[in-house]
Write a protein that binds this ligand. Structure first.
Ligand SMILES: C[S@@+](CC[C@H](N)C(=O)[O-])C[C@H]1O[C@@H](n2cnc3c(N)ncnc32)[C@H](O)[C@@H]1O
Length: 272
């Protein structure tokens, strides 16, 4: 068993891992990430601490939506370099399973990199794969990434933990460094940031959320062109809606009546 002792933003990745693992155990999984469940079985951690099992659905829907756009971005730019920022213990590289010529960089703090190494030592041998153990805001890590190809930047559950100045510096540096590329990430509105204490994962991990954006077109200030955007109610595809169960389906539909709440958590696809 691998012992886990984390606090703050670093601990929150255990909640999302748990969400994906619980989804994979359901009769009709949304994401079906069995590798998440296998990893969970090897971690010595009280998973019920941060969130309720009912939140697994939203975690799986968000991950599936981001996977779909990341896959589309990779198909549009075969051989691109992937930067998967704030990767936590996400098994996205297994789910997307890019060909060996794709360079894939998972980036997160050194403690998370060490955990990933203990859980998946085989990743060290995977052609094209590399883990970078660094805060994404200490921009020197980007010097380790060759900049000769287009880039696909994927970040899930990360941007809200960063400050506006950090987000701006990070996006600008990537846009300056690579010839072209796409960004796929989720973000919170300012209301989502204000309401952070209602989020049990944030409260119980003792973390703080900083960055929120109401109008995603403002990303243009950082050099990104907005291509598409999903509100929370759009995370579930037509194919998945029947699987989510009657009550969550009604909750999702009801969200449409409250646009400000519907927009609290969104996924954006941008290019430069
Ligand atoms: C909610 S978790 C999401 C993890 C993963 N993306 C997922 O969906 O399971 C937030 C993640 O962001 C990472 N994180 C927060 N601030 C970071 C920073 N400055 N640099 C690198 N990673 C960061 C945390 O360590 C954690 O793994």
């Amino acid at each position: 068993m691998v012992r886990v002792q984390l606090t703050g933003a670093k601990e929150t990745m255990l909640a999302t891992l748990w969400g994906r693992a619980l989804d994979s155990r359901s009769a009709q999984p949304i994401l079906g990430d069995s590798a998440a469940d296998e990893a969970l079985g090897r971690l010595d951690y009280d998973f019920g601490k941060l969130m309720k099992p009912s939140m697994a659905l939203s975690v799986a829907l968000r991950a599936k939506s981001i996977d779909a756009w990341a896959r589309a971005a990779l198909e549009a730019q075969p051989g691109a370099t992937v930067l998967h920022l704030g990767c936590g213990l996400d098994t996205r590289v297994f789910r997307l399973d890019p060909p060996p010529e794709t360079r894939w960089f998972d980036v997160d703090f050194p403690e998370i990199a060490e955990l990933r190494h203990q859980l998946w030592p085989e990743l060290d041998e995977r052609p094209g794969y590399r883990m970078i153990a660094s805060s994404v805001t200490e921009l020197g890590w980007l010097d380790e990434v060759p900049a000769d190809r287009p880039v696909v930047v994927v970040a899930e559950g990360l941007t809200m933990y960063l400050r506006e100045t950090e987000i701006e510096a990070l996006i600008r540096r990537i846009v300056e460094r690579f010839p072209s590329g796409e960004f796929v990430f989720d973000l919170f509105s300012k209301l989502g940031i204000k309401a952070q204490k209602l989020n049990p994962v944030v409260r119980k991990s003792g973390s703080t959320l900083y960055w929120g954006l109401d109008d995603s077109r403002e990303l243009e200030r950082y050099g990104l062109e907005l291509v598409d955007e999903h509100n929370a109610t759009q995370f579930a595809s037509e194919e998945d809606l029947p699987k989510v169960g009657v009550v969550p389906r009604l909750q999702l539909k009801a969200l449409r009546w409250f646009p400000a709440v519907n927009r609290m958590g969104r996924i954006v696809r941008c290019r430069f």
